[in-house]
Design a protein around this ligand. Structure first.
Ligand code: NAI
Ligand code: MG
Length: 360
């Protein structure tokens, strides 16, 4: 059956890196992948053209797709927009919400060729390969009631940290299944010594554990997890946590690998449909200069093949192609030791395509 992939270029460097992803998809099609590829506007450029960051037609196409590849959204030209509902990031948040993308997979994988780029000593990070599974549609970012109001003569702000058992269970299952496919270790991060909602979180993880007897489950308080991530990150395999802790820990873990230009991500819903995007933003400072590193975007294509299209072999071939261009010494400016020797977005894309096709 022909599956549908939707490209959402977005803003800033988004269109430049999506162009490389599109070429990679063409190479995959030549290698036998049966997909239809379509494109739609999102973010600030969608606002400029259609008056809203997530046009109804874009959402319609996204719903119908098996997988969505998103470049990035946002930029200074839209920062002054008064109406928050029309800001570029609402395109992204709207997609997450409407597609029910509750399971955010954020790998922190260090390519050995780039060990020098890490903020930690090479021996602490060489071989690092962590998968952070973050709950994305619940928790304190969405809990009700919330607000800022005046009480007893002063203003106060409040949010509600809430998870239902069902929400915890479904993200738990994603994480246990992920651990089964990887190193068989799952660390659940909470603050169960203080927060009731995470006491329930811990209880649910414990309840699921017997169904995954080959996975070793451990628990860690979030403050300790932050410390362990920078002290001895290689102790982790899969980490599962809620929305806010996951937001913070996944950014910290990302930096262990040195470059934001190398990091893909996936957001999945219950039917396996997913949105795939680099972890970085629209990088307005380098947009239009053929300087963006396209590898996070191209590795997002690999994640899409693995998690939404069940094409693991082809995903591995993309990852191997990326490894081989790094072996060959190719570096965009963000990962180059000597910026004078950096290659551009197009040249990096060419090299990955060439390496991918050589592996046919
Ligand atoms: P950013 O990730 O866009 O840029 C941070 C720094 O990393 C910049 O110096 C940039 O040049 C560099 N960088 C990012 N991606 C790169 C790549 N592929 N290759 C080489 N260098 C790269 O984050 P920033 O500056 O905080 O945000 C810029 C805009 O992006 C804002 O409008 C923000 O709202 C938006 N944003 C969008 C996200 C998304 O679409 N998922 C995520 C984060 C930010
Ligand atoms: Mg973040």
């Amino acid at each position: 059956m022909t599956r549908k992939v939707l490209l959402l270029p977005g803003d800033g460097i988004g269109p430049e890196i999506i162009a490389q992803a599109a070429r990679l998809l063409e190479a995959c099609q030549k290698a036998g992948l049966d997909i239809d590829v379509d494109e739609a506007p999102v973010g600030g450029s969608a606002f400029d053209a259609h008056g809203e960051p997530l046009p109804a037609a874009t959402l319609e196409k996204a719903r119908a797709a098996d997988a969505v590849l998103l470049g990035a959204v946002g930029g200074p030209q839209w920062d002054a927009l008064e109406d928050r509902s029309r800001r570029p990031e609402q395109g992204l948040l709207g997609l997450r919400k409407h597609l029910g993308l509750f399971g955010n997979l954020r790998p922190a994988l260090l390519y050995p060729q780039l060990a020098e780029a890490s903020s930690l000593k090479p021996e602490l990070v060489s071989g690092l390969d962590i998968m952070i599974v973050r709950e994305l549609t619940g928790g304190i970012y969405f809990g009700q009631p919330r607000g800022i109001e005046a009480r007893d003569g002063q203003r106060l702000g409040y949010n509600t940290y809430v998870y239902t058992e069902a929400e915890i269970e479904r993200i738990g299952r994603v994480a246990f299944a992920m651990a089964q496919k990887r190193g068989k270790k799952l660390c659940s991060v909470d603050k169960a010594n203080v927060l009731e909602v995470t006491m329930l979180w811990r209880e649910v993880m414990e309840r699921l554990a017997p169904e995954y007897p080959d996975v070793e489950l451990s628990h860690m308080y979030v403050d300790n997890a932050a410390m362990q991530l920078v002290r001895a990150p290689k102790q982790f395999d899969v980490v599962v946590t809620g929305n806010m802790f996951g937001d913070i820990l996944s950014d910290a873990a990302a930096m262990l690998t040195g470059s934001i230009g190398m990091l893909p991500s996936a957001s999945l819903n219950e039917s396996g449909q997913g949105m795939y995007e680099p972890c970085h933003g629209s990088a307005p400072d380098i947009a239009g200069k053929n300087m963006a590193n396209p590898l996070a975007m191209m590795l997002s294509v690999a994640m899409m093949l693995r998690y939404s299209l069940d094409e693991n072999a082809m995903a591995k071939r993309i990852e191997a192609a990326v490894g081989s261009v790094l072996d060959d010494g190719l570096r965009t400016a963000d990962i180059a030791a000597d910026s004078a020797e950096a290659v551009g977005t197009d040249a990096m894309g060419d090299a990955v395509l060439e390496a991918f096709s050589r592996r046919l």
